[in-house]
Design a binder for this molecule. Structure first.
Ligand code: BDR
Ligand code: CA
Length: 320
């Protein structure tokens, strides 16, 4: 039986690669995708999500989510200011216009409430690869969701340095109040795939060559996006003689089918800074043995690049 999940994302090039892998991998079944303001504005996130799905011929219902953070009117620094002078994020991913359309009768948060209040979805993991706004809105609307979501796998946070600031990773920084509300909600199985983990397993130009050789739309699409990341990502590195870049979001999906993709993790009490001048959006991981709070998350700190590659290869070879 494939692992069923809902993907809550802010597509975004690495989110798009997660969509390709989700659509192609035989052991994964995305039952729905919900979109959220993040890498780009919500209208572009939703459009990019539909383009990514169409590119691989996948039919998955898409629900539009929040256009602004949970408690703030906008990102802590407006996106235009934040991205000024950078070619890393373009509003539209370079794939043909979408033919498919998003659902219109329910918002992402309303869909999440309905989905998790339905006993038929008791096995469905929630994978969140964007700011946690939709998840926080759904929990605020229906607090029983905290007991109904069996597992939440999040790409977000950093134990060492962040990427937007020294302290904060992008997804948690965009909506710190949402991240804090979700982590404090009491969901029983929360896994946080941090920057520490994603940076430890970057993908390289050699991986792109291999994906191009595989040649399926998912593989070729991923190769194109990863090459762009390697060219434009400040986090790109020269490793073992060739350039590589962290590709954050699909690592959450690798973890679903290959848990050994995560090689170092710690169970701890975690929270998110919502007021700090220099530390807004920081994931605070309390590893003190005398921490008064019980652990509320498993924090992934390192990953295996070999397992990650193998997961993507399996997905891309399987078709689409
Ligand atoms: C995260 O932020 C976004 O830019 C990426 O899509 C990823 O989810 C990495 O910090
Ligand atoms: Ca993302």
């Amino acid at each position: 039986m494939p692992t069923r999940f809902i993907l809550d994302c802010d597509t975004g090039s690495d989110d798009a690669i997660a969509i390709f892998a989700a659509a192609a991998h035989p052991e994964l079944e995305a039952i729905a995708i919900t979109t959220v303001n993040g890498n780009v504005a919500l209208e572009h996130v939703t459009d990019n999500t539909l383009r990514a799905l169409d590119h691989v011929g996948a039919e998955v219902p898409v629900y539009r989510g929040a256009a602004r953070p949970f408690a703030r009117p906008d990102l802590p620094i407006p996106r235009d200011v934040l991205n000024e002078g950078s070619d890393f994020q373009s509003a539209r991913l370079d794939f043909p216009d979408a033919v498919s359309t998003a659902e219109t009768e329910r918002s992402a948060a309303a869909f999440l409430v309905d989905a998790y209040m339905d006993d038929a979805n008791a096995d469905v993991t929630l994978v969140a690869t964007g700011p946690l706004t939709n998840v926080a809105l759904a929990l605020a609307a229906e607090p029983r969701l905290a007991e109904r979501i069996p597992r939440l796998v999040i790409m977000g946070g950093a134990h060492a340095n962040g990427n937007v600031t020294a302290a904060a990773e992008f997804n948690f920084w965009v909506d710190p109040e949402a991240a804090e509300a979700v982590l404090a909600a009491g969901i029983r199985d929360v896994v946080i795939v941090t920057l520490d983990a994603t940076h430890s397993a970057p993908l390289s130009l050699a991986d792109c060559d291999e994906f191009d050789e595989i040649g399926t739309p998912a593989a070729a699409g991923a190769a194109k996006l990863i090459r762009h990341r390697i060219r434009h990502d400040q986090a790109a590195v020269e490793g073992e003689g060739e350039a590589a870049s962290p590709v954050h979001d699909p690592l959450c999906l690798a973890y679903l089918v290959r848990p050994e993709a995560i090689t170092e993790q710690v169970k701890a009490f975690v929270s998110v800074e919502t007021t700090g001048g220099r530390t807004l959006g920081e994931l605070v991981v309390d590893t003190r043995p005398w921490c008064p709070e019980p652990p509320n998350a498993t924090v992934a700190l390192r990953a295996s690049a070999a397992v990650y590659r193998d997961f993507l290869r399996t997905a891309f070879l399987a078709g689409r």
